[in-house]
Design a protein around this ligand. Structure first.
Ligand code: UD1
Length: 299
């Protein structure tokens, strides 16, 4: 493949940094990250880091100069945080994305965007297909639905090559374990420290956990697919309950932590499992890491 100038927004973060690692060999890779949740230690030394806020238009101009391809991974990723700070989340997740799409339009650069299954809210059917209607139950989900829809509109209206990847629940190395992070890294921290494992609500809610390496593969496929102007579910097609997850993590890490139940989370989704047939057919995407395997290599 021809070497490209590639921008990865959020390239010091969890998903973005793994993607950068996969891209640096063949491409000239630039990262835009404000290091608010991303870490300098995640930054691949062959990539160029532009440290700054994606909401700042001069920073965005500098980051997008001459790029051929953009992976947009920057964002407020916590559903809970978006409930607490809806306006800041909107600026980062939506306003900045629109500004980025405008830059891409000037440059005619393909954009692969991080969308989310949170756009579906409580689905009417599981597994969830891309035809499920948008019914977000959090500011985060609403912002991602607009981002996703904008991506498709930019293809329709301006012929910009866009692909929206609707990520299900991602886990893997480098996911931060702070309170606003993904449940697997939180449970892992709690199990390792012998602290109580905190299950929100009854724990009967389900999630489709997909390893970050599979997310990277999906992004690389999206970068070259001819099927643009489309959105794809990226998960595994399997799901577990959060209670089962808590028990598995406790067992795999040989921990003696108690499992405790707290209040359910406002805006939390009950059932989530991806129908990945569209991604399989059109992108050639296949998940390669089952949850038990991913967990045992992580714990
Ligand atoms: C996650 C992602 C979001 C992504 C979405 C797609 C994070 C921080 N959020 O949101 O970016 O778009 O998946 O589905 O990665 N839970 C507990 N105890 C805890 C923490 C969480 O029981 O200590 C439960 C939550 O109530 C929820 C489930 O675990 O039911 C998953 O929570 P979380 O990892 O925060 O992910 P989502 O809210 O699904």
């Amino acid at each position: 493949p021809v070497s490209k100038t590639v921008l990865v927004t959020g390239g010091a973060g969890f998903v973005g940094s793994h993607l950068v690692d996969a891209l640096v060999q063949e491409n000239d890779v630039r990262i835009l990250d404000d290091l608010s949740t991303g870490k300098r230690s995640n930054v691949n030394e062959e990539a160029t880091l532009i440290e700054g806020d994606i909401r700042d238009s001069e920073t965005l101009d500098r980051a997008t100069e001459n790029v051929d391809l953009i992976f947009h991974e920057a964002g407020v990723v916590s559903v809970q945080q978006s409930v607490e700070e809806p306006m800041r989340a909107n600026e980062v997740n939506l306003d900045a994305t629109l500004a980025l799409l405008e830059r891409a339009r000037d440059l005619d650069a393909r954009v692969v965007l991080a969308s989310s299954c949170a756009i579906y809210g409580q689905p009417t059917e599981v597994p969830i297909s891309e035809d499920e209607s948008f019914s977000p139950s959090s500011p985060y989900g609403l912002q991602k639905s607009a981002l996703d829809h904008y991506a498709l509109l930019y293809e329709e209206l301006y012929g910009l090559e866009t692909v929206a990847l609707r990520y299900f629940n991602i886990y893997g190395p480098r996911q931060s374990s702070g309170d606003y992070s993904g449940v697997i890294s939180i449970f892992k921290r709690q199990a390792t420290n012998g602290d109580p494992i905190t299950v929100d609500g009854d724990g009967e809610q389900t999630r489709d956990f997909v390893h970050v390496d599979d997310i990277v593969r999906a992004n690389l496929l999206a970068a070259t697919t001819e099927h643009v102007g489309e959105a794809y579910n990226i998960g595994t097609g399997d799901s577990v309950t959060i209670r089962e997850l808590a028990e598995t993590i406790r067992d795999v890490s040989a921990s003696s932590s108690d499992i405790v139940h707290t209040d359910p989370r406002p805006g939390d989704i009950d059932e989530s499992e991806a129908d990945i047939s569209k991604a399989t057919e059109k992108l050639g995407y296949e998940p390669t890491i089952p949850l038990d395997e991913g967990l045992s290599s992580l714990l």
